[in-house]
Design a protein around this ligand. Structure first.
Ligand code: TXA
Ligand code: MG
Length: 334
């Protein structure tokens, strides 16, 4: 199949791409769409055959449920048995945006979307393109990240194309994803609510609204409840380490001690920036959690494309605003 790539940077192109995407989705096709977190691989959430194609295209295990994307609170409410007061408050504070809420599912949400479970994960994304498509379709969209299973999520249309060219009819180019890592997943189907996946909406922001909240949950339990949270996930092809170093000589010494030739190592630094000589490459990512999240996956994709064998990332701060970044780096290093 040939994969059409549509731009959205003028009102006319935007409208044409919305119509094309909606037509394809109505006909049961799977298309890649921009969201503010990462690009999504979308299908009509109410069409089991269309959703099954997502699992097949990604090579996603059948036991890993999908997030359902909506464009109104009413549409969210139609997907669940009840929309409790806490969900109402959270949605007023953080939707549209990078927060996914897990609630008991209504009967219109059927397998394979919930992967056999009794709950559904729902998100109202902030990106205007996917919002316009959902409104035009009138049905919610099931969409995991638009990467092959176990690879890094795409944050621009080029990343999607590199993994899915020829496998889907359409990729819509909506620019660089502005958040850059996947949404925070909060399970409201249990008491107290549990964060199944940290994201750029931090535990502290959620705690301002949900008083009793289990910040990280029991890792074993949340792995079972959210199969996408297996320790090894979101990985580049290269081996990855997260280190602190006082200066460049110490960094080089540590590499040598591990038997690694610095010429095979790409460095991602934000504070103690080594000179470029001797390393495969050095990327500087801003020392700011929002900017770091936005840039991280693009840097990892670049390393994959360049065939880099080893990546060393400078240790980010251990503070709440960096928690989701630390989580992704831990998984990438697993
Ligand atoms: O930012 C995002 O959330 C992106 C964009 C496209 O919206 N989507 C995304 O989807 O990251 P995916 O499929 O790559 O990750 C969804 C995560 C997985 O860890 C999955 O196990 C979990 O959400 N999940 C989905 N439905 C669930 C449910 N009913 N209960 C518990 N976890 C669920
Ligand atoms: Mg994913």
């Amino acid at each position: 199949m040939t994969t059409e790539i549509l731009s959205t940077h003028t009102p006319e192109l935007f409208a044409a791409a919305v119509h094309r995407a909606a037509d394809l989705l109505r006909s049961g096709a799977v298309v890649a769409l921009p969201t503010e977190t990462v690009y999504g691989l979308a299908a009509n959430a109410l069409d089991a055959a269309a959703v099954a194609k997502i699992f097949q295209i990604k090579g996603r295990p059948a036991h890993n449920p999908l997030i359902v994307h909506v464009a109104s609170r009413a549409m969210a409410a139609s997907c669940v048995t009840s929309f409790p007061a806490v969900a109402e408050k959270l949605s007023r504070a953080f939707w549209p945006g990078p927060l996914t809420l897990v609630l008991p599912r209504a009967n219109i949400i059927r397998p394979p979307v919930p992967a056999g479970g009794g709950t559904v994960a729902i998100r109202w994304p902030a990106h205007p393109f996917i919002q316009a498509v959902i409104r035009e379709c009138g049905f919610p969209l099931a969409a995991p990240s638009a990467n092959l299973s176990n690879r890094i999520s795409p944050t621009n249309a080029g990343h999607v194309r590199a993994q899915l060219d020829g496998k889907i009819p359409l990729i819509v180019d909506g620019g660089q994803s502005q958040v850059g890592i996947e949404s925070t997943v909060l399970d409201l189907s249990v008491t107290p609510p549990v964060i199944l996946r940290p994201g750029m909406i931090h535990a502290e922001s959620l705690a301002a609204i949900v008083t009793a909240i289990s910040l990280s949950g029991d890792p074993g339990r949340s792995t079972l409840r959210s199969p996408g949270q297996l320790p090894k996930h979101y990985s580049p092809k290269a081996k990855l380490w997260v280190w602190d170093w006082p200066h460049e000589t110490a960094l080089a010494g540590r590499l040598t001690a591990l038997g690694l030739n610095p010429a095979t190592v790409h460095i991602l630094a934000h504070t103690r920036i080594p000179g470029g000589e001797g390393f495969a490459g050095v990327s500087v990512i801003p020392h700011d959690a929002e900017a770091f999240a936005r840039a991280l996956y693009a840097e990892l994709h670049r390393c994959d494309d360049a065939g880099v064998q080893n990546i060393v990332v400078e240790q980010p701060p251990d503070s709440p605003d960096w928690a989701a970044i630390l989580d992704r780096l831990r998984r990438a290093a697993a």
